[in-house]
Write a protein that binds this ligand. Sequence first.
Ligand code: ZN
Ligand code: ZN
Length: 176
Amino acid sequence: MSGAAAEDVPTRARRAAPLTRREKSWVVAAGAGPILLAAVVLLPVALLTSITIGDVLSAAFVYGGLLGLAAAFVATDRLQARQCPRCAERQPRAGEVCTTCGYDLLARPRYACDERHVAYVDDDGDGRCECGRHLQRLPSPRGVGPQVVATLKVGAFLLAFLLAIGVILNVMEGRL
Ligand SMILES: [Zn+2]
Ligand SMILES: [Zn+2]
């Protein structure tokens, strides 16, 4: 739709840019961490009980791997959240306002028309979508973060719970 004078066209929200090599290594570390942790936690269990090292390693890969996948997912989400959605500049962790373009990183205002064709990151009050409809502010998008973090905690608890059950069963077997 071209028609009205080409005045200020609202800026489109950007998709997250690909992670840098350094950021990718953080994601890998977040994914591998739980596997190593599970192995370290389980090894003494293997020494104390009749569980073999092989069992320990496979359990570490299964449980640690599941946690690791979730952790890597959260890490990716957090790293991408540090990119300014307006200018794509990477920002320090606790930044409140983009140092490059001044975008409000706390409120992260986004705008779209009724049909939600395209998300924009600014609106002078009279901004219009490509389709010509007026832009409205979207409810603030709080990403997957909190839910996934909660899931991770449940996962860690389950791992500890299963470990405890395993140890108790083994100890009881030894006594019988
Ligand atoms: Zn910016
Ligand atoms: Zn539209």
